[in-house]
Design a protein around this ligand. Structure first.
Ligand code: ZN
Ligand code: ZN
Length: 239
């Protein structure tokens, strides 16, 4: 089912509508439940301290992540005890060019925010390519096709770290491809993530976002507590 912008529960704003208040959030956080270093409680306490208004716990999940339901309950319980708005989310891998996410409908229903991420490149036999074997000139295009598939067909709220693998492995991600992803995201009412851990040039990203004006999700991809609010801090400097 196509999700329209107005159905995104007002969690995301279009880039050109971002006001200083709306920047006070972090919507990409990992905890000790997966590969983060801090607990949910520690993150919430720190969020209060640094003046964030809204945070989303977006743990890595797979379709068989049965632990997630208890985790989601715990997050909601702790969220009731703070003035910070606490959202339950997850980060799910994009499995193919059709945008299939490694998630079940039951996990999805538990979430306020579902991030779709390219983390691996599938091969033709149901496995994954070793990044070292992917030809340099094809790298960004492969990542682009997976991300585009998610935006076209995927059932998620946010394309997380667009071009992130290409940037991480040193190939860069062309602005032309990023622009196409932003356009498709606008069409589908899916947010594009402004992820301070992966974007190599925040100015370039923001000037494209200003032109295409997609819904934006602000996330630091927090793994350590002092990374919380990092994306907000950068944006407050440059916007
Ligand atoms: Zn990720
Ligand atoms: Zn992440």
């Amino acid at each position: 089912m196509i999700k329209l912008m107005s159905e995104n529960n007002g969690i995301f704003s279009q880039f050109c509508n971002l006001t200083p208040d709306l920047l006070d959030c972090d919507l990409h956080i990992h905890t000790v439940a997966t590969d983060g270093k801090a607990s949910v409680k520690e993150v919430i306490v720190h969020a209060e301290k640094i003046g964030l208004r809204r945070i989303a716990f977006t743990e890595h999940v797979r379709a068989d992540s049965e632990w997630f339901f208890k985790f989601a309950d715990d997050v909601r319980e702790l969220g009731r005890q703070t003035k910070v708005t606490v959202l339950v989310g997850c980060e799910a891998r994009i499995l193919d060019n059709k945008g299939t996410l490694d998630i079940t409908d039951t996990i999805r229903r538990e979430c306020d925010v579902v991030l779709g991420s390219v983390h691996r490149f599938p091969d033709s036999t149901g496995g994954y390519l070793a990044f070292s074997e992917v030809p340099a000139q094809e790298f960004a295009q492969i990542e682009f096709e997976l991300a585009l598939g998610f935006l076209r067909h995927g059932h998620g709220d946010v394309l997380a770290h667009p071009g992130g693998m290409s940037i991480k492995f040193g190939y860069g991600f062309p602005n032309g491809l990023l622009r196409q992803l932003m356009r498709k995201a606008c069409e589908r009412g899916i947010a594009i993530e402004l992820n301070s851990s992966y974007i190599s040039n925040m100015y370039d990203f923001c000037s494209l976002a200003r032109e295409e004006n997609p819904l934006i999700s602000i996330g630091s991809d927090v793994h350590k507590i002092d990374e919380l609010g990092q994306c907000r801090n950068i944006l407050k400097e440059i916007l």
